[in-house]
Design a protein around this ligand. Sequence first.
Ligand code: BGC
Length: 904
Amino acid sequence: MVLTAFSIKKAQVYQLVTEYKTNPIGIDVLKPRLSWQLNSDERNVIQTAYEIRVADSKVNLQEGKNLIWTSGKVESDQSVNVIYEGPKLQSMQRVYWQVRVWDNKNRASAWSTPAYWEMGILDKALWTASYIAMNDITTEKKSHPSQYFRTEFQTNKTIVSAKVQATSLGVYELYLNGKKVGNDLFTPGYTTYNKRLQYQTYDVTNMLKDNNAIGAIVGDGWYRGNIGWKGDYAFYGNQLALLVQLHINYADGSSETIVSNGDWKVSYGPILESDMYNGEKYDARLEMDGWNQNGFDDSNWKKVDILNHSKDILVAPQGPPVRATEEIKTKKLITTPKGELVLDLGQNIVGWARMKVKGPKGHKVTLKFAEVLDKDGNFYTKNLRAAEAKDSYILKGEGEEIFEPHFTSHGFRYIQVIDYPGNLNPDAIIGIVIHSDISPTGSFTTSDPMINQLQSNIQWGQRDNFLDIPTDCPQRDERAGWTGDAQVFSMTAAFNFDVATFYTKWLKDLALDQHDNGSVTNVVPDILTGGEGVSAKGGATGWADAAVIIPWTVYQSYGDKRVLKEQYASMKGWVDFMAQKSGEDYLWNDPKHWHWGDWLAYDADKPDYNGSVTEKDLIATAYAYYSTSLFSEIAKVLGRTEDIDKYAQQAKNIKKAFVQEYVTPNGRLVSHTQTAYAMALSFNLIPENLKEKSAEYFAQDVKKFGHLTTGFLGTPLLCTTLSKIGRDDLAFMLLNRKEFPSWLYPITMGATTIWERWDTQKPDGTIIEGMNSFNHYSYGAIGEWLYTHVGGLRIDPKNPGYKHIIFDPHPGGGLTAAKAEFISLYGKIKSDWEIKDGEFHYEVTIPANTTASVTLSGATSENIKLNSAKLKAEMQKNLKQTQQGVQLELGSGTYRFSYPQPAK
Ligand code: BGC
C-alpha cells in the first residue's frame, strides 16, 4: 500500500503530554502515560495505528538511533494515556519521545515534534541531603517567624545542566543567586505529611554563576501552622525543616551535588508571623539585603541542626502547583458608614493584595480582608470566625516599597486599608489570584446574563477552593479537604478545569489516611483524627463515598483507568465497610452511624421543617447502593472478575432492602422529599413499574414548594433527575427562580461566588452568624446539568474520556442560545445552539479520533439542513428517526445543522 504523508496543514500529531503535562521534569511515575492529539479539522478522521519512539537525546530520537524503546507500529485508535513499556528508567534520566500515526484514510503522519519527560529521584539512596532545621522546637499555639536558610558554593567549570530538588516541613520559597526558583507557591504542597511529602524539581541551569548562593525561606504552613477550627497548631510537627539537593552536570562529564547539610546557616528575618488563617506580619526594617546572594555576611546567623526525618516518604508531585494566575484591580474605593477605607475588587477571590507604599521608616500599614460588607455597608469579618485575615507591613522608609505576603492566603473581595501613609491611589493595591494551576477546559454561556454569572460564580468557586487540595471554603478558620464537598462537585469541576492530576494526587492522601477498617475520613488530609466529636470519626455517607465517586469521575472524564487501579483497594475498603455496617438486612440504619445527611437542606434546621428533611438511614442505604454498584462497574472496567458479580449481587440486595423499607407499593418514598426522590431515581433504586409514580410524587413536591428544598447531597441530583423524568419545565423553573432559595437569588444579592447556604445573606442584607461562607462550591454542582443537559455536551459512560461523545441539547426556560465547550484530551469539543427566526441552529465540533451521537430533538430526516443544504445520502445512512427526533452517528469535524424550531 502506498502511503501519502499528511500535508503539514491538514493533519499532524501534536500536543504531546506525559502524565497530562507538557515536558514534565522530576516525575516518579515509573511507567508514564503518553497522550497526543491529531490536528485535523477534516471529517471522520480516526487513528488506526501509532508508533512511539523514545531516545536519550533529541538527535538520536530524530535520527531513530540508539532508541531506548519503540512501540513498533501498533494497530490501535488509542491516543490517550498510552503506557510507556520501555526499560526501567533511572533517577533523573531525561528521555525524548515522539509519535507518528496512521489514519483511516490510509495516510501516515510525519513524526511529531519531540517532547520529553525527566524522572525524579527514584533511588532513595540518592537522597544525600539532610533535613536541616533551626533549633526552635515549639509547642506554643501561635504563629512563628519564618526561617531563612542559606549556603554558598563555587563552580568553575562549564555547566551543561543543573537541577535542584527541594522540600520542607512547612512551606518554602527557594532562591538561587537572589532570584526565586520557579513560580510555584506554597511548595511542597499539602499532603498527609507524615506519610507522603512532595519534593519539587526545578531546572536551574541558567541561574548558576561561578560564585553562588542558595537561600530558602520556610514558614509554618499547614505543617506547623494554625489548622482546623479549634485553634490547633503543629498538627504534623513542631519543628520546621528544609531539604535541598542541587545536581550539576559539567561539560567535562563530571558532576557534583550540593546538599543541605550542617554547614548551612539559618536566621529569622522580616517575616514575623505568617499564618494560613491569620495572615502575615512583615517588618521591612528587618530585611537582610543580599541574604540570598553570594558574599553576604552571615556571621550573625546560626548553624543549622540536622533533623532526622524520613526520606522514604518523599514523592514527586503529581498535581499542578499553586500559582498566581491573575491580577485584579480595584473597582471601587469606598468609605464605609463607620469610616473604614475599603477597596472593592468586584470579585470574591483567593490570594492576597500586592501593595505599593511610600512612607516613613517604622510606619505600619494594615490590610484586612473580607468577603462582604454588612447590610449597612460596613466591612464584615464575623463569618471568618477566628481567622484574622490580616496582613501588616512595617515600612523601611526607603522610597517606594512593594509588599506581598509569602505563606498566607485570604478569601476576599474587599480590602480594608488601615493607616496607609498619604493619599491612597486605588491602583497601589491590587488583588493577586492564586490557586492550583489547573488549566481551564470548559466554558458554558447562554443568552441569559444571570445564568452566565452563575457559571462564572461556579468557576470562581472552583479556582478559589482548589488550593492544592479541594477545600470547603477558602476564608474562615477551616479550609479543609472536606470529602463530601469534593465529591458532589467533582463532575462539574472536571468540566470547568483539567482536574485529572489534581484529584489523583488528593486521592492518594485519601487512601493513606483511610482507617484500617475501610472507613474514610471526613477531611483529607485528615487533620481531625485524634480530635473529638462526630467530625473526627469519619465514615460519613456522601462524604466518604468520595473514595469511589471521584476516581470514577476521573475515569469518565479522562478515560483514566490507572486511577481506578490505584484506588481500587481504597474503594473496596469503603464498600466493604458499608456492607459490614449494614449487616444482614442490607440497610444502613444503625443509629450510631453519624453523618450529615442532606446537609444544609432548606429549612432543615427548623423543627417544623415542612417536608424538606430526608431521613438519614434512607440516604445512607441509597449511597451504599450507589457506591457498591459503581464499584462493581469499576471491577468490570479493570477485569477483576472475582469482584464483578459479588458486588453486583451486593448492590442488588441493597436495592431490594431499600425498596422494601423505603418505597411504598405505590412508589411513594417514606421520606417524601425532593432529595429522596432525586437520589432514588437517579441512583436507579426505584423498580421499573413504580418509576412513573415516584416521578410523579417528585414533580408534585417540586410544584408544591415552587422551589428547591435540597441540601448538599440532593442538590447535585435535582435538575438532572427532573430532566431524566421528562420534567425540564420544573428543572428550568428552579434554575430561573430569583427568590430565595435558588441558585440565582445570591446573584440578585451581588454574589460573585457560590454561597454555603441558600440564605447565607438574607434579602435585607442580614448575614447569618456562625458557620457561613460566601465561597463554598458545593451548590455549584448544578454546573454538570448546565453543560450536559442545557448545553448538551455529554460523556458516553461506556466509552469514557470523550472517545465517543453524546450531543443532546435541551433548550428551555426561555433561553434562546447556549454554548458548551470542552477541551478534551482529543481536542476541543463544541455544542452550540441558538433559536433564531423560528429555526433551531446547532453546531457541533467533534475532535479527530473521536466519534459522536447527535440527537436533534424535534427534527425529521426531511427538515434537517447541514450547512444550509439538505442532508446528503451518505449522511442519511447514519441517521435514525426516533420518537425524540433524529439521531445521527458522526465522525470528527464541525457540523452546522438547522431545522424549524419544534413547537413545545
Ligand atoms: C464544612 C462543610 C462540610 C461540613 C460537614 C462544614 O464545616 O464547611 O462544607 O462538608 O462541615 O458537614
